[in-house]
Structure formats: C-alpha cells, structure tokens
Ligand binder design. Structure first.
Ligand code: HEM
Length: 439
C-alpha cells in the first residue's frame, strides 16, 4: 500500500461544523444518492468529523479485517455513548478488548446457550398468549418489550414483573440520552439518562453480589464465574458495565430483525408456507434444544435474507488512526470512516435481483454470499464481529418456531410500512397486525 497519492475522495463536506449531519440523520437515501453521484468511496462530514464513506465487500474487508489496525472503535462513537456506556467492550481497544472479549464470549456461545432456552421459551409463550388475547396490536413495541425482558432476566438478573418494568423504563430514559445534547442537569434528557444508568448499574451490582454467593447459570452468573487460562477474571465493576452494554447492544437489534422477519413473511405467503412446512416436518417433542434449533435450514436461509435486505444496523463508524489508500483515494488520519452493509448487500455483482426477498439465494446450491468475502455483514465481521450473534440467532429461531407452528398474522391496512434506519431499522407505523391462533 502506498501513501504517495494524497487525492481525497470526491464529495462535499457540507456546512461548517455540522457538515451534512442533518441530511444523514433525516434522509434514508443519503448514502444511496451520494454513491450514485460519486461511486464507492466519497467524503462528507458527519457528527462532528470529516468522514469517508466506503461501500462494498472490498471496503468491508479492509475496515473489518485486513486493515483492522488502521482504525479505532472507540473514536467511532460520540461522546454521549462514551459517558453513558462506560468503559465497556464497545469502547475498548487492543489487549484490553481482546482480554475482555475472551472473558465475555463463553456466556454468549456454545453450551451456555442451552441454559437460556427455557427462559426464552417461557417469556415468549407468555407474550404469544397475550397477543392472541388482544388480537389487534402494534407489534414492534411488543417485540421490543419481549426482547428487553429476555435480556434483562438473563443479563441483569431481574425477575419478571414489576422489576423488569422498572428497568425497562430506566433503560428507555437512558436510550434517549444517547443522541441528546450532553448537558447534565437533573431536568435535562441527558441528566435523566445518567441518573437512569446509575439506577440500573446499582441494581446489577446487587445481583452480582448475590451471584457470587449463590452461583446461577444465567448469563450474569456465567460472567461472574468467567476466567481465562491465565486466571484473569472480570471484576464486579467490569461485569456491571459489560452486562449493561450487552443489554444495550442486543435488544433493539434483535427486535428490528424479528419485526422485519414478521413483515417479510406476511408479504410473502409462499415463503411463509414453506417455513411452516419445515417446522411441521421436524419431529420435536416438548421443549426445544440447541440440536433441534440447528436443524432448520430453510428458517436459517430466511433469517440470512432478512439480514441482507433489512440489516438492523446500517453500518459502523471508525476513527482513522493510520492513513491509507482505497480505490486510489487517500483517507487521512484523524478522519472517520463509515462502512455500510447495503454497499455489499445490494451489490448486483454479488446478489441476483437484489431487491427481491429470496431466501433460496442462500441455499447450498446457490450460496450467493459465499462468492465474495464480507458480502453479508449484518453482524459485522472480523475480530470485532457481533459478540451476541449466536445468542440473538437462537432467540430469533425460538421465536420463529413458536410463531410458525401456532399463529397467523395479517398486516393491518392503511399504515406506513416505510422502514426508518435510526437508531435501528424499524417500521414507521409500529407494525400493526391482527394476530390469531393458526390451528
Ligand atoms: C439481531 C441482533 C443483532 C444484530 C443485528 C447485531 C449487529 C451487530 C453488528 C453489525 C456489530 C458490529 C458493528 C460494527 O462493526 O461497527 C455488532 C457488534 C456487537 N454486538 Fe451485536 N447484534 C445483535 C445482537 C447482539 C446481542 C444479543 C448482543 C449481546 C448479547 C450483542 C453484542 C454485541 C457486541 C458486544 C458487539 C461489539 C463486539 C466487539 O467490539 O468486539 N449483539 N453487533
């Protein structure tokens, strides 16, 4: 790689200070329009910093893997995130990040996942019964409440009922603070977010003390027990902020994918029919197991297609710590880069009929995502890919199994199904449906 050229990418830095942030936050086609005008790499100015947007599988590979050491995750987050999310995995780099990722991993992968199935099933069955009784509902908010409950029971050790509701309210205040003006007074949105964070953290602290005395196999219990081969473990303060981050990283993203899954199946009856047939062909007695969940290839293809066409997270920012050249253009240090999943997910050189919802593109015969590396990045990629991917995929599959076997849902007419991308992809109208038992 040469640094001789110093030709900046084409594009427009916009207004002084605010750059093009307003357009970025309000126009869902911001990136598409500029990609059409300038190509796969262009400059702009977003959220306070000059930014280079890089599109496509090759850009993903460079940012997520081959030039990993040229970027800082920490510098990719605004100051509000740094304060509200504390020194958790999102903001850690290098050795500290590697050590902590390794200590966190066992609670979200492999055999540990078995411990969570029953809790997830119990919570979901309760929600399904409530929805059936209601018949008409705004599904997005309900799904969000359900995924919050799953995460807060497994990660924060909350009990179903009043306490989970209290934590959910505090969490909502915290989320509002992430994009607020960082002025911390008791009456400001940001001040309320900091107070909410402290309430949640002190709750988690109490539960950690309990788990230390009486070990339990929920995710929080496993984090308390986690140790690497050198005897490193997470301190109670570290567990507090990391568990809190997992709740933040996991629940809206999972909600987004579940709601896109429900919407896509309602819009594609033939695909829904095949998904139901697959479920009915499986001989599953009472209660799901990891083994049974691994054996649903068509359902997996559908979730991959949801990930491709409706990625919950649109991409990721990184601070540039070392300059580099991409497609002949110079990307300077101290700028930031943004990779966008749509750059690869809707690339007609990789995927056929890119706009079509077609789970068969992921069948073993076609495997369109296998032709080019980093062409499916809905969970990121490389050393900092999503830590909760296996956890989320299991949660989504359990939900889908019960939904497909037992229920029918129809999208209510006259609602705006436009998908808004911020903070995670969600239907503008909240996904109003009629929900019934299927058979
Ligand atoms: C469907 C649900 C989910 C989606 C679509 C999703 C997506 C992503 C993406 C795209 C990234 C990489 C972002 C980037 O490159 O800038 C990421 C990272 C991460 N995710 Fe997820 N996520 C999901 C669920 C979860 C869950 C359930 C957890 C926790 C239990 C979680 C924890 C994390 C963490 C900790 C990272 C940062 C990893 C690191 O820096 O090493 N995610 N996720």
């Amino acid at each position: 790689m040469s640094h001789s050229a110093n030709l900046l990418p084409p594009g427009n830095l916009g207004l002084p200070l605010i750059g093009e942030s307003w357009q970025f936050l309000t126009d869902p086609n911001f990136v598409k329009k500029r990609e059409q005008k300038y190509g796969k790499i262009f400059k702009t100015h977003l959220l306070g910093r000059p930014t280079v947007v890089m599109m496509g599988a090759e850009a993903n590979r460079l940012i997520l893997s081959s030039h990993f050491d040229h970027f800082s995750w920490r510098d990719g987050w605004p100051a509000t995130f740094k304060e509200l999310l504390g020194n958790s995995l999102f903001l850690q780099e290098g050795l500290e990040h590697r050590r902590n990722r390794k200590l966190l991993m066992p609670a979200f992968h492999g055999p540990a996942l078995n411990n969570y199935i029953q809790t997830m099933e119990d919570i979901m069955q309760r929600y399904f019964a409530q929805w059936e009784a209601k018949e008409y509902l705004s599904w997005y908010d309900q799904l969000k409440q359900m995924t919050f409950e799953v995460a807060s029971i497994l990660l924060l050790g909350s009990e179903p009922g009043e306490m989970t509701q209290k934590l959910s309210d505090e969490f909502a205040k915290l989320s509002k603070g992430l994009l607020a003006v960082p002025l911390s007074f008791p009456w400001t949105t940001y001040g309320k977010a900091i107070k909410a964070r402290n309430i949640i953290l002190s709750h988690v602290q109490k539960v950690i003390e309990e788990r230390q005395k009486n070990p339990k196999n929920d995710a929080l219990g496993l984090l308390v027990q986690s140790q690497d081969e050198e005897g490193n473990h997470l301190s109670p303060e570290e567990i507090q902020v990391q568990a809190f981050l997992m709740l933040f990283a996991g629940h809206e993203t999972t909600t987004s994918m579940l709601s896109s899954f429900c919407l896509a199946l309602a819009q594609h009856p033939q695909i829904l029919k095949r998904a139901r047939e697959e479920q009915n062909s499986l001989e599953i007695a009472d209660g799901l197991t990891l083994e049974a969940l691994r054996n649903m290839p068509y359902l997996e293809q559908i979730f991959k297609e949801v990930e491709r066409l409706y990625p919950a997270v649109a991409g990721g920012f990184r601070g540039v710590v070392k300059p580099f050249i991409f497609n002949g253009y110079h990307v300077p240090a101290n700028w930031q880069v943004l990779y966008r999943s749509e750059g690869a997910h809707r690339d007609p050189n990789i995927y056929t009929n890119v706009e079509e919802f077609d789970p068969d593109r992921f069948s073993p015969e076609r495997a369109e995502n296998k032709k080019v590396e980093y062409s499916l990045v809905g969970f990121g990629g490389g050393p900092r890919s999503c830590l909760g991917m296996a956890f989320a995929q299991m949660e989504m599959k359990i939900f889908a199994c019960y939904l497909l076997r037992n229920y029918a849902w129809e999208i209510s007419p006259e609602q705006d199904l436009t998908l808004d991308p911020i903070p995670t992809l969600h239907p503008r109208s909240g996904l109003k449906v009629r929900f019934n038992r299927y058979n």
